[in-house]
Design a protein around this ligand. Structure first.
Ligand code: HEC
Ligand code: HEC
Length: 481
């Protein structure tokens, strides 16, 4: 997928408009009261295209809006100071936040994962891991809690910090553009997925959860899953040892992921984390942070010890060799909960989400790239690394399950964002993913959204989030007619 500069410019402009006039583009930016009355009819003629549902905007004025809204937290300290931060790379941000990527302490560390069901699900694997820098609160040493998550290819950095007066969690998103966004051909996979993605940042923009509440990037759908007024949480579904999907040199699965990563990337650093540092990665710092901040169990937790034991019993070469996918009854129970829309997607049952043949090909390709034999523009897309099998893709969380009836598709693909728990004051709440409550008008709107091409920002479900199988889409459209 190539990001076109024209579309990005249009999106940035439409969002800019909405900063001065909060009703101009209400679906993304509703006033902080979020009153429904301020929402024009989404279908009215002459409306600009609705806001980016999967692509984050970028524009300095948006940062200005966050600062004007006010608040007292670590992130505003950086972006809203009298002489605001000049950030042109991930290293600049790390420097400003006193993050040392090589630090290896109990309460200040980096954790790395080879699979996620968070925003960057479609990008993440051992070939393109997600890196999270965490810091625990330490008042004695003047340190505040934060977590900063980065994945190459997203052109975003996700952050969480405390609102100082209330102690509540506050979620932020930094977005940026690279030179390729302005080039006629757009960004190639190489521009997005190599070291190039970590510097040369432009139009660095700060948004916060309030700005994103009616977009597909809505942080609260997962970090405040019971809706407004309920506790916010940090997430880590695989919170019990062996922490399936997390790089950890003390577990078999962790070692398998680290080995796949090093085989491909050699000693290329990722977010400043060197290969040597990667080899002693552990998952515990995130476990510690999440437990410290959110005492409750995770909703629908992933029972790592049982699932890994069952997977190994069914496919003994796991986790190192995943040619034969594993089976786990404990995993199936959690998956069924998510499938009916009662929780966010469950991480995959196996440690590796990569297709072995695709991983081998991508490893060879990246090695040629590092050796200077292919250019950035010629590099194959490392994101095309998941198995082609539709059922496995559903189990990884990328698509809906093949063969589901229309009501099953509606639940698995839509309910996470369209349910009655979430903020009722935003336009998204007009569509509830439940056939028993859907009227004619909402059915028609849903059909219209389902028929849009995937690069249309109004397409549903937001393609970055979850794709429908062709048969699933048709079945849903037929049932909505
Ligand atoms: C990742 C979250 C997410 C998922 C999943 C999702 N949506 Fe949405 N949807 C949104 C957001 C955010 C909006 C509001 C912004 C917009 O209108 O594009 C929205 C708006 C809509 C609207 C317009 C509502 C109105 O009256 O203005 C319809 C219809 C819709 N979605 C249908 C669907 C269907 C059908 C699915 C599943 C096949 C789905 N959505 C899946 C986030 C999601
Ligand atoms: C679809 C669900 C989902 C959405 C939407 C989501 N997250 Fe998360 N987030 C997760 C999960 C799950 C994790 C745990 C780590 C992982 O699996 O990648 C996580 C982890 C994080 C972390 C690391 C600290 C922690 O909680 O473990 C940060 C920071 C974070 N998310 C920020 C954000 C921000 C900012 C947004 C909105 C722009 C956001 N997230 C939206 C699911 C989500």
């Amino acid at each position: 997928m190539r990001l076109r500069s024209t579309r990005l410019a249009a999106l940035a402009l439409s969002l800019l408009g909405s900063c001065t006039d909060p009703t101009a583009n209400p679906a993304l930016l509703v006033g902080s009261d979020g009153a429904v009355a301020t929402l024009p009819d989404a279908s009215s003629a002459g409306q600009p295209a609705e806001p980016p549902s999967y692509m984050p905007p970028a524009a300095p004025a948006i940062t200005g809006a966050v600062c004007e809204r006010g608040g007292d937290d670590l992130v505003r300290d950086l972006f809203c100071a009298d002489s605001p931060l000049q950030i042109e790379s991930l290293a600049d941000l790390q420097h400003a936040m006193a993050i040392d990527p090589l630090r290896n302490e109990v309460d200040r560390n980096v954790v790395i994962s080879g699979h996620t069901t968070a925003l960057s699900a479609r990008n993440v694997s051992a070939a393109n891991p997600r890196v999270i820098f965490v810091q625990r609160e330490h008042p004695g040493e003047g340190r505040e809690m934060f977590a900063v998550a980065f994945v190459r290819g997203e052109q975003t950095v996700e952050l969480v910090a405390h609102d100082r007066p209330s102690g509540e969690l506050r979620f932020f998103l930094i977005t940026y553009r690279q030179a390729c966004n302005y080039a006629p051909a757009g960004c190639s996979p190489g521009d997005l997925l190599t070291l190039e993605a970590e510097s040369g940042w432009r139009e660095v923009t700060l948004l916060e959860e309030e700005d994103l509440k009616n977009s597909a990037l809505d942080c609260r759908q997962c970090h405040q899953p019971d809706g407004p007024g309920t506790p916010k949480l940090l997430r880590m579904q695989e919170r019990a040892r062996p922490w399936t999907h997390w790089f950890d040199f003390t577990t078999d699965g962790g070692r398998a992921l680290i080995a796949d990563y090093i085989a491909m990337k050699g000693d290329e650093p990722l977010a400043g984390v060197t290969a040597a540092r990667m080899q002693v990665a552990i998952a515990a710092p995130l476990v510690g942070l999440v437990s410290h901040e959110s005492q409750e169990e995770q909703p629908n937790p992933f029972d790592s010890p049982r699932i890994e034991t069952e997977v190994r019993a069914s496919a003994p070469a796991q986790p190192f060799d995943n040619s034969i996918p594993g089976k786990s009854a404990a995993w199936r129970v959690a998956y069924e909960v998510a499938k009916r829309g009662a929780a966010i997607a469950v991480p995959y049952h196996d440690v590796k989400v990569t297709d072995p043949a695709k991983l081998a090909a991508a490893t060879a390709a990246y090695r040629s790239y590092l050796a200077g034999e292919v250019t950035t523009d010629e590099l194959a897309d490392l994101r095309d690394i998941y198995p082609d099998d539709a059922m496995l893709q559903a189990e990884i969380g990328l698509t809906t399950e093949p063969g589901l009836d229309a009501s099953g598709v509606l639940r698995q693909a839509c309910l996470q964002c369209h349910n009655t728990r979430l903020d009722n004051a935003i336009s998204r709440a007009r569509f509830i993913a439940d056939f028993s409550v859907l009227g004619r008008e909402q059915r028609d709107r849903a059909i219209e959204r389902l028929m849009l091409p995937p690069d249309d920002p109004r397409a549903m479900p937001p393609p970055h989030h979850r794709a429908l199988t062709a048969e699933g889409r048709q079945r849903l459209i037929d049932a909505l007619r």
